[in-house]
Design a protein around this ligand. Structure first.
Ligand SMILES: O=C(O)c1ccccc1NCC(=O)[C@H](O)[C@H](O)COP(=O)(O)O
Length: 256
């Protein structure tokens, strides 16, 4: 599933490139105001931080929410106390788009993450051109050379990479990159199984100084407390916010 999602995302980007060549997307990326400082926004604090996700559907859960106005939902997240917004821009399985990201960027003053299956430089330039401050890199989807190349490009463009892992070995690869923002996804992207205890089992492999993000499977404040007790500085939450009341859920999560 992960290799198929990544191959399709790259193919879709190549199709867009036919209409919008690299020179144009690169110029648009460089013309954007500087990216917001996501490391400052997500820095460890006395309370857990929330990265609130805009997600219409997913391979594991099917349709979740229509979300006709992603900018309005992003404003609600900002009002509710989120520290960053994650926008799923993958179209085939998640129903997202770069247009969603652009509209969210224009609506909030929080850092915005392009959450997608990124494996080419073109996708990174697209992210910056649409106003992203952060870009997701999934360690399991990339070899070391590509991971280092894309990480370097993201950094060079002034953005922050959220480097996603799902094992101790992948955390070691993220550490070798010098990643400053590292996520552990409870969801196995090949089987969709959720394991909330994975974060705690691998937490000692985070490099010193890295911001620790627990991704997926937050349905209640108890889940946030579970991740927090295991050392998470931030949680990335999708389903619970798009299917429930975002303000009351954010308030419960931030009270942990
Ligand atoms: O959500 C999925 O089914 C999925 C399947 C394959 C690859 C990625 C997938 N989701 C991306 C994410 O990691 C989540 O959207 C994100 O961490 C939020 O998770 P949740 O709060 O459980 O919606």
């Amino acid at each position: 599933m992960l290799s198929e999602l990544t191959a399709n995302a790259v193919a879709d980007a190549e199709a867009r490139r036919a209409d919008r060549p690299m020179t144009l997307v690169e110029a648009a990326a460089l013309a954007r105001p500087d990216a917001l400082d996501a490391l400052a926004a997500l820095a460890p604090a006395a309370h857990v931080k929330v990265i609130a996700e805009i997600k219409r559907s997913s391979p594991s859960r099917g349709s979740l929410a229509a979300i006709d106005d992603p900018a309005a939902l992003a404003r609600t997240y900002e009002l509710g106390g989120a520290s960053a917004i994650s926008v799923l821009t993958e179209g085939r399985k998640f129903g997202g788009s770069l247009a969603d990201l652009e509209s969210v960027r224009a609506a909030v003053s929080l850092p915005v993450l392009r959450k997608d299956f990124i494996a080419s430089a073109y996708q990174v330039f697209e992210a910056r051109a649409a106003g992203a401050d952060l870009v997701l890199l999934i360690v399991a989807a990339l070899d070391d050379a590509t991971l280092a190349e894309l990480y370097g490009l993201i950094t060079e463009l002034g953005m922050t990479a959220l480097v996603e892992t799902h094992s101790a070995e992948e955390l070691d690869r993220a550490a070798q990159l010098g990643a400053k923002l590292i996520g552990v996804n409870a969801r196995d992207l090949t089987t969709f199984e959720l394991d909330r205890d994975l974060f705690g089992r691998v937490a000692d492999r985070f490099p010193a100084g890295a911001i620790k993000v627990a991704e997926s499977a937050v349905l209640s404040a108890a889940d946030v407390a579970h991740y927090r007790a295991a050392g998470a500085d931030a949680v990335l939450v999708g389903e619970a916010l798009v299917t429930g009341d975002p303000i009351s859920n954010l308030s419960a999560f931030l009270a942990v």
